[in-house]
Ligand binder design. Sequence first.
Ligand SMILES: Cc1cc2nc3c(=O)[nH]c(=O)nc-3n(C[C@H](O)[C@H](O)[C@H](O)COP(=O)(O)OP(=O)(O)OC[C@H]3O[C@@H](n4cnc5c(N)ncnc54)[C@H](O)[C@@H]3O)c2cc1C
Length: 296
Amino acid sequence: MNLLAGLEEIVKENEPLAKHTWFRLGGPARYMVRPRNKAELLDVVRRCHENEVDIYVLGRGSNILVADEGLDAVVVQMYYKNFGQVSIDKETGTVIAEAGVSLSQFVRRCAGEGLSGTECLIGIPGTIGGAVKLNAGGRFGDIGNVTESVKVIDSSGYEFTRSRDEIYFGYRMTNIIAKFIIEAEFSLVPDDPDRISRLLKEVWMLKKNSQPMNSRSAGCVFKNPRALSAGALIDKVGLKGHNIGGAFISEKHANFIEAREGATSSDVLQLIDLIRQRIQDRFEVDLELEINLWKQ
Ligand SMILES: Cc1cc2nc3c(=O)[nH]c(=O)nc-3n(C[C@H](O)[C@H](O)[C@H](O)COP(=O)(O)OP(=O)(O)OC[C@H]3O[C@@H](n4cnc5c(N)ncnc54)[C@H](O)[C@@H]3O)c2cc1C
């Protein structure tokens, strides 16, 4: 424990990452840390930097697949209890949220305050940090549309702010390369609470009816290739419902893989390879992963 000596209260050794991912899969992290504040976070970052140890940043684990072997690294979780502050200025529509804030609670809180702009994010699990990093969203818009600035810390412990005009928000990606997002500022628009609430219901119902929300998954496995739907392609090659071990292609949405009883990360990875191969053979399309793979 030399690397993190003195930080025992916030460090767990050989912590199973399956406990911290939506898939509930994956081996242990050599160290898992939940800093309680920025000073502790900076301390961990500095130690890892000096000792050239890899850091993985964890939000709610709703977009990652961790390999069965685990990670010989430090996983730092931006935990909601420690990085969970939200401040709202109703007059200006400015909302500032720390990285660990739950995205769905954030959306409901903004709606409750009569601020519109985040309704498109309802039903997406995870944290503000993960959502900003990956520009979470869907067919009605994404978080980049309302993001004004992002406060980050890089792997050498340097803290700075990126403003809207410096950030590229692409399809489930951004150009934010600094290791940690610690806070983001959003610009929302005051609107009729009833209208916001109706919109929330509409988006939520569409999502609930088309995606397996209560299963162990990591959301859409693949990005939609240009003008095509990855789910429709997987359906067309007849793989809906197909399984390898405990990993199943969802009957509800073929771009979701569900982990069931006895599943391993290796089952999911084999299923991913199979899908890619079939789609390549039939349509000559290379499917790109949307989920983040944590593998050494
Ligand atoms: C049922 C289900 C439905 C989903 N639907 C959608 C959807 O409609 N649209 C959509 O976009 N996504 C969807 N997702 C995927 C996922 O919820 C989002 O990508 C979410 O934003 C991930 O947030 P997280 O906190 O769980 O990130 P994690 O899964 O913990 O991490 C994802 C990535 O973000 C990085 N990261 C996390 N926090 C930080 C931080 N503070 N600083 C820097 N990097 C960080 C991680 O290092 C990792 O690379 C869905 C997932 C599930 C399980």
